[in-house]
Design a protein around this ligand. Structure first.
Ligand code: SAM
Length: 128
């Protein structure tokens, strides 16, 4: 069965920095490489933060953002690269009240892959 034929699934195309979905309406966001792609834009920090803000906005409290991100080892090992400049570090921004669960890194073919599960806190919970 092709993905598009799955009953109950509706496929739409939109900019991840500006979702059509209402606030707190989404149970799960799955991202493999989209935030990484947005990080290639000129003002990477602003663009990535805009996307993360949108993901946070549409998730319901307790909802989960599965973020799969990859970066070339050469870039991540470059000591001259400011850690602050790494877009993935934005997941730890205190603006976002989510619990961050981080996988061990998997390294293959000079690329480092990571899975983050970001769980949006309920209103009365603190982020971790
Ligand atoms: C590295 S590819 C990953 C594609 C797919 N998820 C996969 O794993 O094969 C990044 C994808 O993000 C999409 N993308 C880039 N900027 C986007 C944005 N602002 N909103 C939505 N998608 C975007 C690109 O079109 C591209 O399909």
């Amino acid at each position: 069965m092709k993905p598009r034929e799955k009953p109950g699934c509706v496929y739409t195309v939109m900019d991840a920095r500006c979702f059509d979905h209402p606030d707190c309406s989404v149970e799960v966001v799955i991202d493999k490489g989209t935030l990484d792609s947005v990080a290639n834009l000129a003002d990477r920090k602003v663009e990535c933060k805009t996307m993360l803000r949108e993901v946070f906005r549409v998730l319901r409290p307790g909802g989960k953002y599965f973020l799969i991100t990859s970066c070339p080892l050469d870039a991540s090992d470059d000591e001259s690269e400011d850690e602050e400049d790494n877009h993935v570090q934005l997941v730890h921004d205190p603006e976002f009240k989510w619990k961050v669960v981080e996988s061990e890194a998997i390294q293959r073919n000079k690329v480092r892959h990571m899975l983050y599960i970001l769980i949006k806190a309920n209103c009365d919970e603190e982020s971790v």
